[in-house]
Design a protein around this ligand. Structure first.
Ligand code: 5GP
Length: 119
């Protein structure tokens, strides 16, 4: 899938629409999901034009890949989710109901999260 630079997360990255920012560095931006599915629901996105994990891991430079995953871990620690625990999730493509075609990792926490696959 080709990257659509008008997707909502691209606009957030360019500062064209606001977000409730949690963390930012050279490689990633983290912000609260606008429609939270758990008491803590944060999205982490890489600073680059990547639709999916397959696209990102095949095409992104190594420092961006490392920086993005460090940012996910940093946010989990900073939000004090290591204990009692949290879940990370990434949707890719139609079967997973990926809505926004810019790679993003969801971080869920703040309650007992139940079975792994949410309806
Ligand atoms: P997906 O289904 O693509 O994995 O998840 C997209 C997520 O982005 C959804 O949880 C949705 O609530 C969130 N989202 C969509 N538009 C916006 C927005 O403009 N701002 C924020 N903060 N989250 C958004």
């Amino acid at each position: 899938m080709t990257y659509d630079s008008e997707n909502i997360f691209a606009k957030i990255l360019r500062g064209e629409i606001p977000c409730n920012k949690v963390y930012e560095d050279d490689f990633a931006l983290a912000f609260h999901d606008i429609n939270p599915q758990a008491p803590v629901h944060i999205l982490v996105i890489p600073k680059g034009d990547y639709v999916s994990m397959a696209d990102f891991t095949a095409s992104a430079p190594a420092d961006l890949i490392v920086g993005f995953f460090r940012a996910v871990g940093h946010v989990a620690r900073e939000q004090e989710l290591e204990q009692p625990g949290y879940r990370i999730l990434g949707n890719a493509g139609d079967d997973a109901h990926q809505e926004v075609p810019h790679l993003h990792i969801h971080i869920f926490g703040g309650k007992k999260l139940g079975p792994m696959l949410m309806r």
